[in-house]
Write a new protein. Structure first.
Length: 297
């Protein structure tokens, strides 16, 4: 493990850097549109510490349509992912930003202090820490980002994210065929609308990942062939809510670890209850591809 902050690295294929202290644009963060951008500012506060401000719109695609909205927990993970990209462009010079991706994500939220938005957007302060930086041949190939979230000066949640190359890269897996899928109602899986539903019931009641919208602007931007970490977290959350008959407000933690590529459609999801936590396993034709947990009140 090596620290490599603000270092000048030559001959490294990376994204175009942006000037430290300047807010990144949605295009620089690789987002499909300005409306998808959550990061408003990012500044350095120490050798490994940063401070950011995020804006969470009340009408975000993942949020419920209500007068008073409790933000979807995945806004924490998406904010951390966008902050990681901004850090790679501004401060982690030499990061292999085009290929690094979240391979492990864990978040926890305190429902007693979680912000409820009745206006246009919530302004969230984020304390960011970088650790476990791994450098090979002058290129950052892995690191861990920890983001602590505050609303109106009060802490309400943390998201930890490990970014690296996929642990077992290989050929893209072919999606499995599951005819006759039955899709649950959005309310049964804690989704705000039908396009947000990622799972369906297949033969013998087995749950499979079958996104209603294969180009979901937040979960599946650009119609990826393989499911990113956020989509797997949401699939695990939806499967858990359906399996346990729980309300979305009961979710206080979500985690996932990706061990192998997961096709965008057809992987099976198995859920097992373990007290307040539920464990989920994502299986492809090649075997177990991802594991995760969803913690309930």
């Amino acid at each position: 493990m090596t620290e490599l902050l603000d270092s000048d690295i030559q001959d490294v294929p990376a994204k175009r850097p942006i000037e430290p202290g300047r807010p990144p644009t949605w295009d620089e963060l690789g987002l499909p549109s300005m409306s998808a951008m959550l990061v408003a500012s990012l500044s350095r506060r120490g050798s490994r510490f940063y401070e950011a401000v995020c804006q969470w719109p009340r009408w975000h695609a993942l949020n419920e349509r209500a007068l008073a909205v409790t933000h979807h927990p995945l806004l924490m993970a998406e904010s951390a992912r966008q902050l990681a990209t901004a850090l790679e462009l501004s401060y982690l010079r030499g990061a292999d930003a085009d290929r690094l991706q979240p391979i492990s994500v864990n978040l926890g939220v305190d429902p007693r202090t979680q912000p409820i938005e009745r206006g246009i957007a919530s302004h969230v302060l984020v304390h960011v820490t970088i650790s476990d930086l791994v450098v090979r041949v002058g290129t950052v190939v892995a690191y861990r980002l920890t983001a602590e979230f505050f609303a109106a000066g009060t802490y309400f949640g943390t998201c930890g994210m490990t970014l690296a190359h996929p642990s077992r890269p290989g050929p893209e897996p072919a999606p499995a065929s599951h005819p006759g899928l039955l899709r649950p109602a959005p309310a049964a899986v804690g989704a705000s609308a039908e396009p947000d539903v990622l799972i369906a019931r297949g033969v013998q009641g087995r749950l499979v990942i079958a996104p209603c919208d294969p180009e979901h602007p937040v979960l599946l931007p650009g119609r990826p062939a393989q499911l990113p970490a956020l989509a797997l977290m949401e699939a695990g959350r939806q499967a858990t809510l359906l399996y346990r008959g729980a309300l979305p407000s009961a979710v206080v933690g979500i985690g996932v670890r990706i061990d192998a590529p997961v096709p965008s459609r057809g992987a099976a999801v198995e859920v097992a209850a373990d007290g307040c936590a539920s464990r989920f396993v994502v299986r492809t034709e090649a075997g177990t591809a991802a594991t995760g947990t969803v913690t309930l009140l």
